[in-house]
Structures are given as structure tokens and as C-alpha cells.
Design a protein around this ligand. Structure first.
Ligand code: B16
Ligand code: MG
Length: 219
């Protein structure tokens, strides 16, 4: 039975995925490169470095330029993050974290973002989670399983007792590569390979999710 939920952050508990899009869009405009919302879908859940490579679409840049571009995008992103408040939690996020706590299940944030701690501070949900694995960990980013394996290790649990909640194709792939079931939030085209697909967490309890996955035995 599931003993821990491993939550992705951007796009699952809060809509910073929109801020990432705006940051990359701003950089693309600076560089005179086209960048649409559709292009942005491929960047969901992947690291800053890989996101830049996707945005550049094969355009060659030196390591120094790449670092400058990533720093510039992160600056644009942080301007938006600094304006965040607990109101930026997505509907259903606080409710499921509180429900899991009352059920005695563990909750971790497992994000590719190096800005995870800052975002958690703005959302003021640090007290609702038992652990955090972020993009600063010495690990390969999603879709490799590394971050989720570190998430399970926080609680010394086997992969089979951890359930991942993700909004990105790369994130669902990472969960499966780690041997974990995944709930995919968003359109079927993006997260259709997940074990359960929901539009968002809004209106969905942990018990309902576990029951739908055959992982809940009341009492
Ligand atoms: P940063 P998640 C991911 O977070 C985002 O989805 C992705 O768009 C971003 O490029 C990545 O974090 C790295 O973020 O630039 O802040 O280190 O979805 O894994 O919570
Ligand atoms: Mg995400």
C-alpha cells in the first residue's frame, strides 16, 4: 500500500509553470527567437539547461553565453516568484496535503527546480510537507528516475509504496522509470501514460485517488 505521496511542484501545487513560460518567452524575445505556448510544453518538468537547449532549437552558443541566458531567464522568473503569496497555491493542493497528514501518510516535494525552496517559502507550505528533493540535488533531472528515487529514500520506502503526482510528460516518465505509479494532471495528450489522469487536484481527495488506483483499503 502507498505510504508516501511525492508531489511535483511547478504545475501541480502551484502554477509557476506559467511564470517559467513567461520567463523563457521574455528571453526568446530578447534573442529574437520564436517561442510559443506550444513550444513551451516540451520544457515542462525538464531542467533549466535542457529548457535552454530546446528554446535555442539547435542554435550554437558558448558555455558562457548559455550561462548568461539561463541567469537572465531566471531573473525574469524570480521577479514573478517574488510576487507570489499563499493565494498562488492551486485549488485542492492544501486540502490534499492536509488530508494526507491526517491519514498519517508522508508528503514530499520532488521538483526539478533549483528555486523550489524560494517557491515553498512564498506559498508557506513548508510545514505541510515532510521532505524536499529539488534541482540542486546531485542527480540527473526528469525524465531520469533519480529525483524520485531520492524522494523514496527520504522515507526509506520502496518505490512501490510511493505515488507520484506530476503535470509533465518527463515527470510521469521519471516516476515510471523509478518503478512508481503516477497520477498525471492535465490533458491526456500530455500525461495520458500516467496510471490515473485528472484535470487537476481540485475536488479530488487522496482517498479517491488511492481507491481509483486500487491502493486504498479503508480501516
Ligand atoms: P528552475 P517541476 C520544473 O519544476 C519546471 O516544470 C520546469 O519548467 C523548469 O525548467 C525546471 O523545474 C527547472 O526550474 O529553472 O527553477 O531550476 O515541474 O519539476 O516542479
Ligand atoms: Mg511540473
Amino acid at each position: 500500500m502507498i505510504e508516501a505521496f511525492l508531489f511535483d511542484l511547478d504545475g501541480v501545487l502551484t502554477d509557476t509553470s506559467e511564470f517559467h513560460f513567461l520567463g523563457w518567452k521574455h528571453l526568446a524575445e530578447d534573442l529574437g527567437l520564436p517561442f510559443s505556448r506550444e513550444d513551451n510544453e516540451a520544457l515542462r518538468g525538464v531542467s533549466r539547461r535542457e529548457s535552454l537547449a530546446l528554446l535555442l532549437k539547435g542554435k550554437a552558443v558558448s558555455d558562457e553565453e548559455a550561462q548568461q541566458y539561463m541567469d537572465r531567464k531566471n531573473g525574469y522568473y524570480l521577479e514573478l516568484v517574488r510576487q507570489m503569496t499563499p493565494a498562488n497555491l492551486l485549488p485542492g493542493a492544501r486540502e490534499i496535503l492536509e488530508e494526507l497528514a491526517s491519514m498519517g501518510l508522508k508528503r514530499a516535494i520532488v521538483s526539478s527546480s533549483k528555486n523550489t525552496h524560494l517557491v515553498l517559502e512564498r506559498l508557506q507550505i513548508g510545514g505541510l510537507v515532510d521532505g524536499v528533493v529539488d534541482g540542486n540535488a546531485p542527480a540527473r533531472s526528469k525524465p531520469f528516475p533519480d529525483l524520485f528515487i531520492l524522494g523514496a529514500a527520504l522515507f526509506a520506502l520502496p518505490a512501490s509504496q510511493c505515488l507520484v503526482v506530476e503535470d509533465a510528460t518527463a515527470g510521469v516518465e521519471a516516476a515510471h522509470a523509478a518503478g512508481m505509479k503516477a497520477v498525471g494532471l492535465g490533458p491526456f495528450e500530455r500525461v495520458g501514460m500516467a496510471d490515473l489522469v485528472l484535470p487537476s487536484l481540485e475536488g479530488h481527495s487522496a482517498k479517491e485517488i488511492l481507491a481509483a488506483l486500487g491502493e486504498y483499503a479503508p480501516g
